[in-house]
Structures are given as C-alpha cells and as structure tokens.
Write a protein that binds this ligand. Structure first.
Ligand SMILES: [Zn+2]
Length: 431
C-alpha cells in the first residue's frame, strides 16, 4: 500500500512537471548589476530563476513559453522608502482611521502594476499588512515593514495637536493614529517600542532621528533622541540580527545617529562634506529622495511653518547628491511619497536622470536597493532578489523601449511593461 502511494505520488509529480514553469525566450538581459545587456533566455521554476543562458533552453511539457521579442528583461524594481499606510488624501483626514488601510491596498496595487516587486516600508504600516500580501489576498509588492515610527515627545513622529495630553507622561496609549507612530521617551521605552515592532514582524526598525518637515513642533536643527535612546533601539534591532534606519537632515543629527549604531540614514539633505565622509567610512547608507521634496509644496494644507522647513532642506538637495557621488555612498532608490501622491511614483526615475545615467538609476532600483534590504539578515524570510541570477527569486519586468538609453519609458508602465512577474507569478502579461 505504502509503495502504491509512493508510485501515485511520483506519477502526480511527473504529470505536474513544468506546470509552474515559465520560459522567457529571446530577451536582452539587464541583470541588475552590469550596465551592459546580454542576449539570452530565462527559465523560471517554482518561483525561482532556474537557468539563465545565451543558448536556447529546452522547455519541459506544461512549461509556459513566452517570446520576449528582444525586449529588455530587468529585475523587478524596489523602493526603499514607502509609507503604504500614509496615503489618505488630506480632505479625508477626519476619517483617517477607517480609510488608511483601504488606501494602503490601493497603493500596494499601484506599486505592483508599476513594476515594483519589493518595498521597504519606512514606518507607519502594520507588519501584518505585508503578511496579507504574502498570503495572496491583497495584490502588492513584497513588504519589508518597519512597523510604527519610533519618536520621542516633540519628535518628527509626534503629530498630536498642540493641546493634546502626552501619553508618555500620563500613562495613556502611546500609539498615535491607529498605531502609525509610537511616542516614547527614555531607554526602557525605546527598547520596548522596538521589541514590540519586531514582535509584530518588522524586518528593521525606524526611528525619527532629528527635526522633520511635515511635523509642527520640531525645528529642523533639533536632535532626536538622546544617544542612550538611540543605542537602545539599535540594541533591540541588533539582538534580532537587523538594523535601525533613521530620519535625519543635519550633520549633527547624522553624526550622532551613526556614532550610536544606526546603519541607514533617511533623507540627509543638509549634511556637509566631513559628515558624508564619516558616513562612508562607517559603511552607512543614505537613502534619499528627489521628487517628494519638489512636490510637497504643491500639497494642499501644508502649514507655513512646514513650508519654510521644506525650503531649508530643499536647498541642500543638490549638495547631498554631489556628496553621495563624491564618496560613492550606497543610496538605492526611494520615494517617500505620502498623502495620496503615490501616482507620481515612476517620476522619481526621471527626476534622478538629472544626476545619474539610466544604467545607474536601474542599478539603484534593483541590486543596490536589494543589498540594503538584505541588511535585515535572517528576518528576510523571502530569499534573495534584485538581480537576474540563477537560484534567486524570479522578480522580473520586461520593458518595451530602451531603458538604458531613455529611463522615461518607465514612467508609463501600462504602455511599456509587457510582463511583470513577482516570485514566479505572472502579475501582468501581454505577450
Ligand atoms: Zn518617510
């Protein structure tokens, strides 16, 4: 009987051979690293890139064979600074708590349809949202969540109205706006907040590490939080084998964060030359964004105080890009779009073309961003991606046009992405 079951199993396996396989023939491959295209064919088996070859690959029975038509095949794109749950448009703010996750699902779908197969959520989205995407119930990119932003009182994540009581002083609920942000002061509470995010499934920890634009009570020059509090968050993250990313603009803030173990700086627009060198010497990432700073001034409802702060940080943008290039600092690709700005997503590609070649931008949006995500170590449950490489996850986009000459083809994904595949699943195909 046991033998019979074994034979039946083998038979089922044989009949099923190739059922989940996809062979993409006749493409020019951008592998995520090399800036030269190579002609070839790619076989995907069980969600994994099984073979990449310049010679024709023989398809098994049941394999889906797609003719790539000599288009460019790239790894799926990655955004390192997303806030899926921060896209409720301003006019609906009074209904924030019920709408934020509905909008998050809409944003996730938009990312996937734009060729983005993985994102790092830089705070505000509950890690369980990423789990729902993994289950297949909600379409979207793979999410590497940071959980609730960790902010001190009067920090960039303290969005209370000016007369609201302080929960860290009164023993109230420290979570603001349905758990988007957690207000903590002191070493113990930083430890607890970071550990709570990890418990929910955060793959890295986000702290607010200095003054911000879209918050009313923290001037840009303010330092947040104390060295001991930073070290507490870093300790909690490190004990889970992962790292802390921190929001910061100024040299003083960035230096304090890096000295106390933060591995990734978000924004960084106001740093000077010596701080950029310090960042590079410590092998720290600066994940920065171009488009959002140019567009925030058009967002309705931004206060005069915050518009002034925006003008101050925007002044530093050009200098920061120069320093990133001068010291060859890892930066990846990121957008930080909020408040319903997500349809602008692919314009980040063309904004970057002012400073980088199309090939450099494509490397940023694939292998370089993937390297940053891998800093989460064993908390990355998904495996390797971001390059077209045998044994890595089959996150692929097939592009009409010549993206290595004209990056603007990526701003119209409906028209120019002929195939989108995430982990071997065909999300879209018009082949
Ligand atoms: Zn952000």
């Amino acid at each position: 009987m046991k033998k019979l079951i074994q034979i039946a199993g083998l038979l089922a396996l044989a009949m099923n051979a190739g059922a989940n396989d996809v062979l993409i023939e006749n493409v020019r491959i951008f592998n995520g690293v090399d800036t030269r295209l190579t002609s070839g064919h790619v076989l995907v088996q069980d969600g994994i890139i099984a073979e990449v070859s310049s010679e024709p690959i023989e398809a098994r029975e049941n394999t889906t064979v797609l003719d790539g038509g000599n288009r460019v095949l790239s790894p799926g794109f990655i955004d390192l600074h997303v806030h899926l749950a921060a896209h409720v448009p301003g006019q609906h703010f009074d209904a924030y708590s019920t709408l934020q996750n509905v909008y998050a699902a809409k944003v996730a779908q938009h990312y996937l349809d734009s060729g983005f197969t993985s994102v790092r959520d830089a705070g505000g989205t509950h890690p369980h949202f990423g789990r729902a995407i993994d289950s297949g119930d909600i379409p979207g990119p793979r999410v590497f969540p940071s959980g609730a932003y960790i902010s001190q009182t009067a920090g960039h994540g303290d969005w209370r109205n000016s007369t609201d009581g302080n929960p860290t002083l009164t023993g109230g609920n420290p979570y603001l706006y349905d758990g988007t942000s957690v207000l903590v002061d002191g070493v113990d509470r930083h430890l607890a907040a970071a550990r709570e995010n990890l418990r929910f499934g955060a793959t890295q920890i986000k702290i607010m590490g200095g003054g911000g634009v879209m918050s009313e009570f923290d001037p840009i020059h303010s330092l947040q939080p104390s060295p001991a509090e930073i070290r507490a968050a870093v300790q909690a993250a490190g004990d889970f084998g992962t790292y802390v990313l921190a929001h910061a603009y100024t040299s003083e803030a960035v230096r304090r964060l890096v000295e106390n173990g933060v591995r990734c700086i978000e924004h960084g627009l106001l740093i000077d030359d010596a701080t950029a060198k310090f960042v590079k010497d410590n092998d720290v990432v600066i994940s920065t964004q171009l488009l959002v700073y140019r567009e925030l001034q058009n967002l309705p409802g931004v206060s005069a105080t915050n518009l002034d702060k925006l003008a101050v940080v925007l002044e530093g943008q050009e200098n920061l890009i120069r320093l990133i290039k001068k010291y060859d600092i890892t930066t990846g690709f990121s957008t930080d779009l909020i408040s319903g700005m997500y349809p602008l997503l692919t314009r980040e590609f063309t904004e970057r073309a002012e400073y980088w070649t199309p090939a450099e931008i494509l490397v940023q949006a694939t292998s370089e961003s993937a390297r940053v995500i891998r800093m989460a170590g064993k908390l990355n449950r998904h495996g390797n991606f971001g390059e077209i490489r045998e044994g890595w996850l089959a996150d692929l986009v097939l592009i009409d046009g010549e993206p290595l000459e004209d990056i603007s083809v990526l701003t119209d994904p409906d028209m120019n992405l002929a195939l989108i595949m995430k982990g071997g699943e065909i999300v879209k195909s018009r082949l």
